[in-house]
Design a protein around this ligand. Structure first.
Ligand SMILES: Cc1cc2nc3c(=O)[nH]c(=O)nc-3n(C[C@H](O)[C@H](O)[C@H](O)COP(=O)(O)OP(=O)(O)OC[C@H]3O[C@@H](n4cnc5c(N)ncnc54)[C@H](O)[C@@H]3O)c2cc1C
Ligand code: FES
Length: 376
């Protein structure tokens, strides 16, 4: 256990109760108790989930796998769910969604995240290049409906591509743990796609799992030729010849948009859509019309005003120097939800235009149609 974690663990339940008291809150006003305690126990917080990076490894050239020790506020997750990780970059807190890849039964209580650095990506690149053991990050509780059901399916098909492996890796590891303890006896097929063998995250562990567990079938496909692997190239109908009972499986899918579209189409064509569960890591590019943008955006609480640039209200708020909460930036996590007090907005995913009255909106996928006032 690191020195930081040891110090944190010394904060007993009794002290915790004292720190949550009204007297402590009054003494710590206006900064709050957390601000004082974090100087000697950085992961301590009365209510927020914070975590210390305890280990880092680079499985591929463009990824980082981090082990996190969360504080006592972490409530755990269901295999497949994601959390929002917040990290301070140049004095600004940035949040992004990441899916724990560890088994939910990990006895050490640690969380494992693997992040692929995107060429133009702000946070993923920062994490891959700058994260250090001992760094403290903020976490949300686990969120999302993409998860293994409590009643485990007897036939499971996991399909992933690239960094989309993380949530299904959590499912695979969880089911393997349950198999070891005798509570899961189902069949699992894992189809994983990467560009080349050198880009494959969790390569060695997947091979080891397939060799160790007779109920796990591993099928790997590589876009580049001569990489080995059981499948040739990208996902196609022919790959399912190796999984003749795929129609009976609950299928969990996460990967790049092209691959997900191909699998979704096939499942829909065969009337299997209800058995397909999926997680998108990235959204289709939003249709933004900057040329015809009219009106202004009024940020009422912070008393700021900006000309409507036509971009999403999240981008416009950030451009105005505000720091609204955000996570996925694509309409999944609801972290950016805030009150619109007047004006109409367009949903960039559906094109639907709201009414002009009060209502809660997700500002990451809303663009103003004329003047809009937000309670930010
Ligand atoms: C529910 C959920 C779970 C996720 N889990 C993981 C995970 O376990 N591991 C992981 O590495 N990522 C995961 N992601 C993606 C992650 O949240 C970020 O989107 C990603 O790390 C890029 O962030 P960024 O700040 O570097 O990119 P940004 O600076 O936000 O974007 C920069 C550019 O990269 C593009 N881009 C962003 N994300 C992707 C993507 N996934 N694929 C292709 N292009 C992209 C954007 O369109 C943009 O052009 C998850 C996303 C969601 C919604
Ligand atoms: S940031 Fe996730 S829904 Fe808007």
């Amino acid at each position: 256990m690191s020195a930081t974690a040891l110090r944190t663990s010394f904060i007993s339940q009794g002290l915790r109760r004292a720190l949550s008291s009204r007297i402590a809150a009054t003494l710590a006003y206006p900064h709050g108790v957390d601000r004082y305690v974090e100087s000697f126990a950085p992961t301590y917080s009365l209510s927020e989930v914070r975590a210390e990076v305890t280990a880092l490894r680079h499985q591929t050239d463009d990824s980082v796998t981090m082990t996190l020790r969360p504080n006592g506020n972490w409530q755990g997750f269901r295999a497949g769910q994601y959390l929002r990780l917040t990290v301070e970059i140049n004095g600004v807190r940035r949040s992004r969604c990441y899916s724990p890849a560890n088994s939910v039964h990990a006895a050490d209580g640690l969380i494992e995240l693997t992040v692929k650095a995107h060429a133009g990506g702000f946070v993923s690149k920062y994490l891959q290049q700058n994260l250090r053991v001992g760094t403290i990050v903020g976490l949300s509780q686990a969120e999302g409906a993409f998860a293994l059901p409590e009643m485990r399916p007897s036939r499971v098909l996991l399909i992933s591509g690239g960094s989309g492996i993380t949530p299904v890796m959590a499912m695979l590891r969880t089911l393997c743990d349950e198999g070891r303890y005798g509570s899961y006896r189902g069949q699992i097929t894992f189809l994983h796609y990467s560009n080349a063998a050198k880009d494959q995250i969790y390569a060695a562990e997947l091979t080891e799992i397939a060799a160790r567990y007779p109920n796990v079938q591993l099928l790997r496909g590589y876009v580049e030729t001569n990489q080995g692997g059981e499948l040739n190239g990208r996902f196609c109908r022919a790959h399912l010849n190796a999984v003749p009972d795929y129609a009976e499986a609950e299928t969990f899918l996460c990967g790049p948009p092209g691959m997900m579209k191909a699998v979704q189409k096939l499942w829909a064509d065969e009337g299997l859509a209800e058995r397909l569960h999926l997680e998108h890591f990235a959204a289709a590019p939003a249709v933004i019309d900057t040329a015809n943008a009219e009106g202004e955006v009024r940020f009422a609480r912070s008393e700021r005003l900006a000309r409507n640039s036509g971009g999403t209200l999240l981008d416009q708020a950030e451009a105005a120097g505000l720091k609204p909460e955000s996570g996925c930036r694509m309409g999944i996590c609801h972290a950016c939800t805030c009150r619109k007090t007047s004006g109409r907005v367009r949903d960039t995913r559906t094109g639907e235009i709201s009414d002009a009255g009060e209502g809660d909106i997700q500002i990451c996928i809303s663009v103003p149609v004329g003047t809009v006032t937000l309670d930010i």
